[in-house]
Design a protein around this ligand. Sequence first.
Ligand code: 5GP
Length: 195
Amino acid sequence: MKNKGLLLVVSGPAGAGKGTVVKELIKDENIRLSISATTRAPRGTEQDGVEYYFLSREKFEETIAQDGFIEYAKYLENYYGSPKKPVEQWQSEGKDVILEIEVQGCEKVKKSMPDCVSIFIMPPSMEVLEKRLRGRGTESEENILRRLARAGEELPLAKNYDYVVVNGALESCVEDVRTIINAEKLRAERFSFDI
Ligand code: 5GP
């Protein structure tokens, strides 16, 4: 009897702290994070191949044409997409894979891979969200305001997710997500019974 690796879709507005939550989760070697491709410029100390694969618009569109993404979406005028190959590889090895993506991407994944598990990371309040965004110190005022406006559009979409976890205190948020993962792995339909 063996169970399959999960495909976890983690979304939430910029500043909700999903990156920090995911960093904690991937300390478990059975959980892998998909590195997305994007056409946006690197921010702060970001490095190609670490936080993102930073691609030109031409290269990104070429990859779309080659069916190289599980999903892709536009967010504030830039493309973001999840490369297919590593995700398929990890899943075939039985690893759980996290896609940290925005809401349109999640909708696409739900359609093409309905057994994925979607989790929305919710900030405790808009005030906290704004404070976290400003605290990064890497964004222009214009970008902060655009991200806040986008957050206002994204928050009501939390209801389309399987789970909503509030990220007030990091530890309890991570614990909640681990609880979801553990329970999802025990669902009967995820087991193949070779009896
Ligand atoms: P940021 O520019 O702050 O790194 O990311 C902006 C938004 O794009 C975040 O909500 C992030 O989760 C999302 N994002 C990152 N990678 C992908 C991806 O591969 N696909 C989609 N649809 N969204 C992504």
